[in-house]
Design a protein around this ligand. Structure first.
Ligand code: HEM
Ligand code: HEM
Length: 200
């Protein structure tokens, strides 16, 4: 039986921070690019009102309309950056808590799980770095490439969510691992078992 607690309070707080923050970044990025796209708002205003305003003026209106929404991307990005840095330090100090895909003795399922989680952190790292570069205006000559790399989040994140939820359902239903309650309430019974062992 595993004796090292996997789901410590810190681990769970970081997980749920990310689980809340990532969909917000995805949604606000998606909305800004599509449903609340600047050009789309401008053309809608023009179509519906026969407006005499110039494109530049309407573009300013569009920006102002979506500004409060966009603030969420910026603020929540800080939460993700903090959680990522904290998670990396935590992994560095305590070791990783999901299967290490580079280990030899692993089932195909566990290796897959490890690869997906490492992939997730690698992609969040890319999103965060490219986001910071865009925000700070670093490397202006590479703006387009960096922006395209950043927008890849719209593809990899839904992919991760589908695989993650699929994996959790499999673990709960097929392997009877009750991982969801552990990710919520922790796996303290393991700690208790460990303490009892020491007391004996
Ligand atoms: C969409 C937002 C979510 C993201 C970005 C996310 C991310 C992650 C990541 C990166 C891990 C790897 C372990 C770690 O470093 O903590 C993980 C594990 C886990 N997540 Fe999520 N998660 C999300 C939503 C959820 C939801 C909604 C649930 C519950 C229904 C959940 C339940 C779990 C469980 C049970 C594990 C542990 C799996 C195991 O140890 O085998 N996650 N999650
Ligand atoms: C983690 C830290 C992140 C930071 C600091 C950040 C920052 C930014 C910034 C500054 C922009 C504006 C770019 C510009 O105007 O040229 C942007 C755009 C965007 N972000 Fe993020 N972001 C982060 C994470 C994410 C994630 C995880 C996703 C998706 C899952 C995402 C999706 C998008 C999308 C789709 C856009 C394009 C919006 C548009 O061009 O209309 N971002 N981000």
């Amino acid at each position: 039986m595993e004796t090292i607690p996997k789901y410590t309070v810190f681990h769970r707080i970081l997980h749920w921070l990310m689980a809340l923050a990532m969909p917000i970044l995805f949604l606000t990025g998606f909305l800004r690019m599509f449903w609340m796209n600047k050009l789309l708002i401008v053309s809608t205003i023009r179509e519906k009102t026969n407006s005499v305003l110039t494109d530049a003026q309407m573009s300013e209106i569009a920006k102002a309309i979506r500004e409060p929404m966009w603030q969420w991307h910026v603020v929540v990005a800080h939460i993700v950056i903090f959680s990522l840095v904290a998670r990396l330090i935590y992994m560095w100090v305590k070791g990783i808590r999901f299967p290490n895909p580079f280990e030899k003795k692993l089932s195909a399922k566990e290796r897959m799980q490890g690869i997906v989680y490492i992939g997730f952190y690698a992609f969040v790292f890319v999103s965060a770095t490219t986001g910071i570069i865009l925000k700070q205006g670093f490397f202006p000559q590479l703006h387009e490439q960096v922006e395209s790399l950043h927008k890849l989040g719209l593809f990899w994140f839904p992919f991760f969510v589908i695989v993650h939820f699929g994996g959790i359902i499999l673990a709960e239903v097929a392997d009877k691992k009750v991982v969801v309650s552990k990710m919520i309430g922790g796996d303290n019974e393991l700690l208790v078992a460990k303490t009892k062992k020491k007391l004996k």
